[in-house]
Design a protein around this ligand. Structure first.
Ligand SMILES: C[S@@+](CC[C@H](N)C(=O)[O-])C[C@H]1O[C@@H](n2cnc3c(N)ncnc32)[C@H](O)[C@@H]1O
Length: 437
């Protein structure tokens, strides 16, 4: 029996449990084979599982195979660990590679120097075994990526089987200004409960992103609803690795790929996923992205201001978005330049939202206050989930969050906040909920 592979799947802080659920849902692995760590999960698996996780995971940033691990005191120990590793069983001196290094509490003074020593060890080992031939370094588009991780006293070396990070699904050409990473959009879908990664189910509730930008959240959701594999349109690092030249493994990969390609969106599928944006350029981007991602039939994308758009379904559902904040709102929609502050203030006074409520507010405040009023008027029964780094958002909305899930947008600490939209009272009377017949 071949030795199992030890895989490490990194993910942003806060996503570990969702990722563990996803790995369980995709592979059935649990117990000692699936360990939750800070910043990722560790999986004991076979080759088939490694291939499947690359193809199917929406939450992992990469799938790394652990190839060496040992204690270290200084850079020389790290060099020795890397030199003793049989790299020639994974790639050849004719291929290009790069080394990346991450660390947690490493006492070494220069992590760059440690990475350089690993590169030297790989090169020296090839040179010593091939009579002087060595793989070249290519930092831009390497065929092989070596990843090292240092803790306070242990070094671990990995080969990256993904290549380009997994958030690159292969469908995005139109980016927009501030697109979410696809992995973060998937984490939002898991955190709000619309997607259950452990059971691989999606909710029957409608999903709507009223500030959809280039469409990341709704495209991820639509791919999930249609059962499309996130990696079906991209290549992977393992395609360059020697163990994948083994006929049986190559055949396993061919079969997995073929299976993923065979899933097609059926025309006439019921649309339960909706996106809109005030910027028509963004809606264009989202439409083109959706087409490339194979989800146009399951998705409705429209232009329009979030402050004016009515619910896309009679039945209440889930609003999921990362709203704009700060200066950007000033130019978008009715809360921005077109409307002007004076008229906005008087509208709010009319609606009885409080005396002088518009006075002294920035455009962000105005936008969110209007958004909350619009939701209370028209979206009763919906649940809104907003990803934001803005701790003041509940105050701006004048709503209290019923849940706060910490998530990181790259280096920015955010919260995914849940707001349960209640009824707007008119003349003290509760407004009836609109339900389908
Ligand atoms: C942070 S971006 C969302 C990015 C998006 N999740 C993506 O992945 O591309 C915020 C979006 O809100 C849009 N926006 C700004 N004001 C708006 C408004 N009043 N109504 C609807 N959309 C608005 C912007 O055009 C921008 O695309």
């Amino acid at each position: 029996m071949t030795k199992p592979l030890i895989l490490f799947l990194p993910c942003p802080a806060g996503v570990e449990e969702f990722l563990a659920d996803e790995v369980y849902g995709l592979t059935g692995l649990a117990g000692n084979d699936l360990t939750l760590l800070r910043g990722g999960v560790r999986v004991s698996a076979d080759w088939h599982t490694m291939l499947r996780l690359n193809l199917m995971s929406r939450l992992a940033q990469r799938v790394l195979v652990e190839v060496a691990r040992g204690p270290y005191y200084d850079e020389q120990d790290i060099y020795a660990l890397a030199y003793d590793m049989a790299w020639e069983t994974w790639f050849t001196e004719r291929q290009t590679f790069r080394v990346d290094l991450t660390a947690q509490a490493s006492p070494l003074r220069s992590l760059n120097f440690a990475a350089l020593r690993i590169k030297d060890a790989v090169v020296d080992r090839f040179r010593d075994r091939t009579g002087g031939q060595r793989p070249s370094v290519d930092t831009h588009a390497p065929q092989v990526r070596v990843q090292a991780h240092l803790t306070v006293d242990y070094a671990t070396l990995y080969l990256d089987t993904s290549g380009e990070p997994l958030f690159k699904r292969g469908w995005r050409q139109d980016k927009g200004d501030a697109p979410l990473k696809e992995t973060l959009a998937a984490a939002m879908l898991a955190a709000c409960g619309w997607w259950q990664p452990a059971t691989r189910q999606v909710s029957q509730l409608p999903l709507y992103d009223p500030c959809c930008g280039s469409g990341t959240i709704v495209i991820e959701a639509a791919q999930l609803a249609l059962g499309l594999a996130p990696g079906r349109q991209r290549g992977f690092g393992f395609e360059h690795l020697l163990p994948l030249r083994d006929a049986e493994r190559a055949e396993t990969w061919r079969a997995l790929r073929q299976q993923a390609a065979a899933v097609q969106a059926a025309p006439g599928a019921q649309v339960r996923i909706f996106g809109s944006d005030v910027a028509h350029r963004m809606v264009d981007f989202a439409q083109r992205n959706a087409k490339r991602a194979g989800v146009s039939v399951a998705l409705q994308l429209r232009g329009g201001d979030a402050l004016q758009r009515m619910p896309p379904t009679v039945e209440p559902g889930v609003l999921l978005m990362n709203p704009p904040y700060g200066e950007r709102i000033a130019v978008a929609g009715v809360a921005g330049a077109r409307m002007g502050r004076q008229r906005f203030e008087s509208e709010y006074e009319d609606e009885g939202e409080g005396e002088g409520v518009g006075a002294g507010m920035d455009e962000g405040d105005q936008f969110f206050l209007r958004l909350a009023a619009h939701w209370k008027n028209h979206y009763a029964g919906w649940t809104a989930w907003l990803l934001t780094p803005d701790r003041q958002l509940p105050r701006r909305l004048r709503m209290s969050a019923s849940r706060r899930v910490p998530l990181w947008n790259g280096p920015i600490e955010c919260r995914l906040l849940r707001f349960d939209i209640g009824q707007q009272k008119e003349d003290g009377q509760p407004k009836p909920l609109q339900r389908p017949p």
